[in-house]
Write a protein of this length. Structure first.
Length: 262
């Protein structure tokens, strides 16, 4: 336990001054910013103030300039954008050692290889939840400044549950990205995988079978496809996602421990 705590502490210290961390926060913060702009346009002119895909989505989901719609937008942003941003975080955390030439230094340390990876997974989880909490606080601030109607504790708690469960699903789902970072010995390969999976999630979700494709499940659960589509999620949907996360974790550990690290 002592060695695990030291590995976690080292991971936090190593990433404390990383500029990439702040880039991820800035990129993820675009969600509440555009969500607020979305609310302003609806507030000023209803759906007439929108055009293109924004107007179609607003009409489809009956969006209004209120807390219920705004909190829903924040959850949907996590369900879709989280796959990309969290995937970027996992790619960088697990691939940077190879890109910076420090992987062999880690392997030479008198500490279990599993503990080193567990420290990275813990830091990855901390980073992802810090991102969503930051966005939530920013979204609440924008909502207060816009003086949105319809606030209630019931609505807030309902959306808060969806928001954080969606976050947890994506955190679990990105363990295979860590494996591809080690397998590809860098962060370009996993980033490519993330991009492909994100596209597939949208295509398969649009085909109506996204409830059986793990990378479509968080977006569907967040409500991005509508309430009818979310009702199609079942125990198998979540089981496949959990299995994917477990297999990704075990594959990452196995590869780091037993592969040729030349």
């Amino acid at each position: 336990m002592k060695h695990q705590l030291r590995a976690i502490s080292a991971e936090f210290l190593k990433n404390r001054h990383s500029t990439i961390k702040w880039v991820s926060f800035a990129a993820f913060a675009l969600a509440p910013v555009f969500g607020a702009v979305f609310m302003i346009l609806i507030k000023d002119g209803g759906t007439k103030g929108l055009s293109g895909a924004f107007k179609s989505k607003a009409v489809m989901f009956s969006f209004e300039a209120n807390w219920n719609s705004f909190l829903g937008v924040l959850s949907q942003a996590v369900g879709i954008g989280g796959i990309l941003i969290f995937g970027f975080v996992a790619s960088w955390l697990f691939g940077r050692e190879y890109s910076e030439g420090t992987a062999k230094d880690l392997l030479a340390l008198p500490i279990s290889r599993t503990k080193i990876l567990n420290a990275k997974f813990i830091y990855y989880t901390f980073w992802c939840f810090a991102l969503v909490i930051s966005n939530l606080l920013l979204g609440l601030l924008f909502g207060l400044l816009l003086q949105l109607d319809g606030w209630s504790h019931q609505i807030f708690l309902h959306h808060l549950e969806i928001y954080f469960i969606t976050t947890l699903l994506i955190v679990l789902l990105n363990t295979p990205v860590a494996f591809f970072a080690l397998w590809g010995k860098g962060y370009l390969t996993p980033l490519g995988i993330v991009a492909v999976l994100l596209v597939l999630a949208q295509i398969i979700g649009a085909m109506g079978i996204g409830n059986y494709f793990p990378w479509s499940v968080p977006g569907i659960y967040s409500g991005s496809g509508g309430e009818d589509l979310r009702m199609q999620l079942n125990n198998m949907s979540f089981l496949l996602l959990i299995i994917t996360g477990i297999v990704g974790y075990l594959a990452t550990i196995f590869w780091w421990k037993y592969s040729d690290q030349k």
